[in-house]
Design a protein around this ligand. Sequence first.
Ligand SMILES: C[S@@+](CC[C@H](N)C(=O)[O-])C[C@H]1O[C@@H](n2cnc3c(N)ncnc32)[C@H](O)[C@@H]1O
Length: 419
Amino acid sequence: MYRYGRTKRTRKRKQTREGGIFVSTELISLCKWMKVESNKHGFRWKCHLCPAHFSDTGRGMMTKSRLFPGDLLISIPRPLLITVETVLSSEIGEQVKCKNVKFTRQQLLSLFLLQEKNKGNNSFWHPYIFVLPKTLETFGNFSPREMTLFPPRLQIAVKSRMADMKQAYMEVRNFWSGEEIEYSQFLWAWFCVNSRSVFYRSAGSEFVREDGNHLALAPYLDLLNHSVGAQVEAGYNQESGCYEIYTGGTYRKHSQVFISYGNHDNYHLLVEYGFTLPDNPNDVFQVEYNDVLNAALSLGVDNMEKKKEIIQQQSFHRQLVCSMEGLSWNLLLVTRILAMNWTELEQWKLVLTGFAMSDRNNTLSRQIARTFLTKYIKQNQDLITKFDTPLSPNTVESMVFSIVQTERNILQLTWTSVT
Ligand SMILES: C[S@@+](CC[C@H](N)C(=O)[O-])C[C@H]1O[C@@H](n2cnc3c(N)ncnc32)[C@H](O)[C@@H]1O
């Protein structure tokens, strides 16, 4: 399984060291292949990076020289990108056209990976496919035991993604004419695409089911790991005919270079990419609107219909979260509106100034917050007791434990802010 250090995988390591970091022979082969194939297609291979293993993140990309903002990190020529056009012009694409079916881009790329993997050494893409993780830490592989440790919202997210993927698998299985595709094989391909693809806009086609998810696989470039603060400019450059990434940061020679996959919290990173970040600044605790309403009702708050009307009309019921800074702005507004008496309600807009309407309103709104927080703190405590500590590092269980601990910290800090 892929973990931070990809520790469980046995790989042949080259006996030399680069920048103090071992590099495997298959990665060196990929690097040579990229260079040769780029030249063959009339492109000069431009890359300041080389693959390396790092103790904290596992395999990633290291810079061969000092880098400054605006420097080109890597440039992948169009013929070495796996796009929807690549797929539709391959054998699998011919079958798609012949059977006149429509697939999403993710399904098409997954099918392509499966087809090319089955060809082994005979695939043009073999040097790339060979370095793809053999197994992945994905929601498709989470065990029933692991699932019981997930906070409720994470469980819902995982189940919903699993349902999407199973549906995609069924469609692909019905289409595939060769030996039956096993679910585990599809899972592998699907998650390679899910966790490694770049945004690449491609024209529509009668064989592509539009879902707005424009994807391509960019071999070699997809060895770049994620960091929250990484600044990059990335995209396909029509003029050069390459997918390019420029850095907005500065890097020392031989340090790991990162890109940002987006402002994702650890729920998203775990579900979509199979890893979490320690101290992820995007982590928040999502509060259910219904829990806030129920808290108010349990405290005997009246005029609920009028209050709900204001809240929903203004969309204050969206983005109800707690963070290390306490209640989000919308959550604060909602608790204060729910705590209003009729006179205050008539001039509810005053709440937007950020001041509490009255001492009574301030006290009641905090009481509402404490009521729903009590429920969440209890849920969180119950969850924490389910973990068998000490936990082995770099397992799904340890990643989820760190998520649950972060949530405990957020809830405790928020509790303090409303007492
Ligand atoms: C696009 S790939 C990056 C290269 C990947 N590390 C590899 O060895 O092929 C994305 C995957 O890398 C891993 N990854 C990315 N950023 C990471 C990070 N900061 N810490 C740990 N793993 C990370 C996750 O497994 C993720 O699904």
